[in-house]
Design a protein around this ligand. Sequence first.
Ligand SMILES: [Fe+2]
Ligand SMILES: [Fe+2]
Length: 470
Amino acid sequence: MAIDYQDRIPNNVDLSDNRRLQRALEGWQPAYLDWWGDRGPTEYQGYDVYLRTAVSVEPGGWANYGYVKMPDYRWGIFLTDPEADRRIGFGDHMGEPAWQDVPGEYRGVLRRLIVTQGDTEPASVEQQRHLGATCPSLYDLRNLFQVNVEEGRHLWAMVYLLQAYFGRDGREEADMLLERSSGDADKPRILGAFNEKTPDWLSFYMFTFFTDRDGKFQLASLAESGFDPLSRTCRFMLTEEAHHMFVGETGIGRVVQRTCELMREYDTEDVRPHGGVPLSLLQKYLNFHFSVSLDLFGSELSTNAANYYTMGIKGRFQEGKRKDDHKLAHATYPILECRDGRFETSDAPALTTVNEALRDDYVADCQRGVNRWNKVIADAGVDFTLTLPHRAFHRAIGSFADIAVTPDGKLIAAEDWNANRDTWPPTAEDEAFVASLMHQVVEPGKYAAWIAPPARGINNQPIDFEYVRM
Ligand SMILES: [Fe+2]
Ligand SMILES: [Fe+2]
């Protein structure tokens, strides 16, 4: 299905045939643009940015590259093409035709899930809005803006669902998505990690690696949904999300590479005097971002998650590829628990562990990226291994929230944890040091000293391409 760029709101959902919806979205659009102008990357609205824009929803060949001023970006509504005779793949409704409309009894639940997902999208734009002032290169600045405009489009995707399928309540929720604000004391964003600051580029790469990856797994499980419009919109969002995680993985990889170069050049682990980020400091950032992102998956045992599953609303990661009955009424799943001061694995009813299973898939995916960073370290001949902290470390949600655990998984007393706190997540001093490295570099082909240039440019352009015209 072609994308219609003639409309004020580009779309592949035949918006011009639905006047009521078109009017609702056109009514929301000015508020969105105001939000982008106020709480997006404000100082850069007039610059030409080498951005990709979706031109089709086919896997592989969907992107068009060119210079765009961000406020002119063609945000719109793009769903992957419908699958003929799609059936619900799990839960009590398994085998029934996928719903093209919202089933009345699941209306509240679906709306809540869509609002929660939708709320994260503008939140991350808000969190990242000051990063342009300290970008390490034009290449990175462009990647930041690409992520930002696509998160904006993800907001459009969720607002479309709310306005098209949830009537007046949906329109009110769409308005509220622009009213809550990341870190705001009175109207914060819904989820904790989306109220944290993204103060520097190290945090940005960690965020896009760990927190956007949570997004990947949430979207993948919603892509399984029996509510077909939600499934189709999430499928297309996933193709955009892949780039965000690429930015994070290669960003950290380049920092690792640069640090290793400095370590060899000066024969020291403490590369701070030479303008680099020590690997031990990277590990602290990793500890923090991994643990707050684990919290986004919710409690280990969750009746809500079980209900979403049996209702056919939110599936498991790659539900369709799994070889079981997709109902899970009698299945069990191993979960880690802390009992009598020890960690133990025990079997729990699989339905209640759907969150935990998704978290396991997420952890495995994170580990693959960490392995690639470790390969960069090993290839440089440096003896150091970055590791994911234990899943009970520094948690605020779920059964590990009330215990004190070291990154390598030792249970300790709360006062011992606090006494050692400075060695695990970054301290204010660490953050101040990282901040001291952050200076804007905007000459084409120049890169800040704390990060290696990328292996290749965007869309086969050279790395000294003018990715943003200042
Ligand atoms: Fe997103
Ligand atoms: Fe993202």
